[in-house]
Design a binder for this molecule. Structure first.
Ligand SMILES: Cc1cc2nc3c(=O)[nH]c(=O)nc-3n(C[C@H](O)[C@H](O)[C@H](O)COP(=O)(O)OP(=O)(O)OC[C@H]3O[C@@H](n4cnc5c(N)ncnc54)[C@H](O)[C@@H]3O)c2cc1C
Length: 470
């Protein structure tokens, strides 16, 4: 007989496992179904292991620049295998942490491939879980789909794990690349470009759009491009890659620059970071008539309901931004709505985004261009880290903070930061945005000295012609 639950969560990434915990806290009998690793992409193949890799690269960078701080570090070297081993260890620790959280919250874990069965009109939702040829049937009043996404392959040249890599291969490289081509300059592409550049590879980034990190504010893109070029990276924007071919020595690719000039270049390895594809095949969606957008991402309402009764969807299989904290927040909203609570809908304008390249990037809300496009008359403040005492003391004076306000009401519309530790600081502005803050509260806030966060205050002051240290 099928085992019955109040809620089944399909997929145990930061969306799914958080939804399961919140539902269990609210007294529901919950099962979670996972075919690979508890914790999903984020803990095992995404956010966390990349940050572990980037931390090694950061320390390596500081060791190479020890002289700048009056120190000496001799015979410095990097062992890519040991760096990767540390990263895998960190991922494993977090995966075990999720196992513990499932036990603690009495959530039944079913390992295997999950697929929905039954009819859209059923009052009880059905799901089969298959592992090693054996299938078990589960039922529940509600199912949350949280199956996430995977890397998009380059048309005509699928990743082979040897020379052509997706993020999974780039995270566990068979060897250190010498000459690396990174296709795509979104967060994932730029983080790997930054990691391998700091580790000593010769890195070229090719971006189709007219600037790198194209979702960020244009000033941030321009600053990052300059900083990465200064570090030795080659950056091609408004550019294209075609004819990627694996050769005896590596990979050859045809590059087309902004002016339309074509050339063939040789690389040791290629990382393809051109976006993601939702994991929506073979889970019974078509049979149930679940609505999707043109790109195959599931359509949901502001409580994460799909068009099928009792079927909910969260995280990377739904609309962007495709970020772990967005997935987790949706998990909480869906679990609370299922439990009969009345959670606040998420405001996508208040979801921060962070990229852990060197220098780091962090932002929340509208860019200056998007704010203008939306019809706002804006007031914009910029404050460079060179005017910040702590940044100079740390030897991290490269960066800035930019804030965008509605000139009429003073509402904070967006904040954009680049430089050291900005991924830790953006939350200050995110809280401000959730509280619908204006320039008045931000100006009235006392920022501790000396911190780089003072640049946040100064940027607000600068928007109103009152900056103190420039
Ligand atoms: C290299 C990289 C770096 C990233 N860095 C960051 C970052 O710094 N910050 C950030 O916010 N985001 C980051 N992300 C994005 C983040 O990882 C995702 O947004 C997040 O993992 C999405 O969570 P999710 O719960 O929707 O799905 P996922 O984490 O993808 O989890 C889905 C789970 O469902 C399972 N599954 C799928 N189909 C089935 C099935 N049929 N049966 C059973 N199980 C199934 C999968 O095995 C997987 O474990 C990064 C991503 C990558 C690839």
């Amino acid at each position: 007989m099928a085992e019955n639950y109040d809620l089944i969560v399909l997929g145990s990434g930061p969306g799914g496992y958080v939804a399961a915990i919140r539902a269990a806290q609210l007294g529901l009998k919950v099962a979670i179904v996972e075919r690979e690793n508890l914790g999903g992409i984020c803990l095992n193949w995404g956010c966390i292991p990349t940050k572990a890799l980037l931390r090694s690269a950061e320390i390596y960078h500081y060791m190479q620049h020890a002289g700048d701080y009056g120190l000496a570090a001799e015979k410095i070297s990097a062992d890519i295998a040991a760096v990767v081993k540390r990263s895998r260890g960190v991922a494993k620790q977090l995966n075990q942490g999720v196992t513990h959280l499932m036990k603690k919250n009495k959530i039944a874990v079913h390992m295997g491939d999950g697929k929905m069965t039954g009819q859209a009109s059923d009052k009880t939702r059905k799901l089969s879980v298959t592992k090693d040829g054996k299938t078990e049937e589960l039922t529940a009043k509600n199912i949350i789909l949280a199956t996430g996404a995977r890397a998009r392959d380059l048309p005509g040249t699928p990743a082979d794990g040897k020379r052509v890599w997706t993020y999974r291969h780039a995270m566990t490289p068979p060897e250190m690349p010498t000459k690396l081509l990174v296709i795509g300059s979104g967060a994932i592409g730029i983080e790997f470009a930054s990691f391998y550049n700091d580790m000593g590879a010769d890195v070229t980034v090719v971006e189709m759009m007219d600037r790198i990190v194209p979702v960020e504010d244009a000033d941030v893109s321009a600053f990052l491009e300059k900083a990465l070029k200064k570090q030795g990276m080659t950056i091609m924007t408004g550019a294209g890659v075609s004819d990627v071919k694996v050769t005896d020595k590596g990979v050859s690719a045809k590059l087309k620059d902004k002016a339309g000039k074509e050339s063939v270049a040789e690389f040791s390895h290629v990382i393809v970071a051109i976006g993601i594809v939702p994991n929506t095949a073979d889970i019974g969606l078509k049979e149930l008539g679940v609505a999707m957008d043109d790109r195959g991402f599931l359509k949901t309402d502001d409580m994460c309901r799909t068009n099928v009764e009792g079927l909910w969807a969260i995280g990377d299989i739904t609309a962007p931004p495709w970020l772990a904290h967005k997935a987790s927040h949706e998990g909480v909203i869906a679990a609370e709505a299922i439990a009969g609570k009345h959670p606040h809908a998420m405001d996508a304008r208040n979801i921060p985004g962070c990229t852990y390249c060197h220098p780091q990037i962090a932002s929340v809300g509208l860019t200056e261009a998007k704010a203008k496009e939306a019809g706002y008359e804006v007031k914009v403040g910029m404050f460079p880290f060179i005017g910040n005492g702590k940044a100079i003391a740390l030897g991290e004076a490269e960066g800035f903070t930019k804030t965008v306000f509605d000139a009429k009401t003073g509402e904070l519309l967006g904040a954009h930061m680049i430089g050291a530790e900005v991924t830790e600081m953006i939350q200050g502005y995110t809280i401000g945005k959730t509280l619908e803050t204006t320039e008045a509260e931000l100006m009235h806030t006392v920022f501790p000295h000396p911190t780089i966060s003072e640049s946040m205050h100064e940027s607000v002051l600068a928007a109103y012609g009152r900056a103190l240290h420039i």
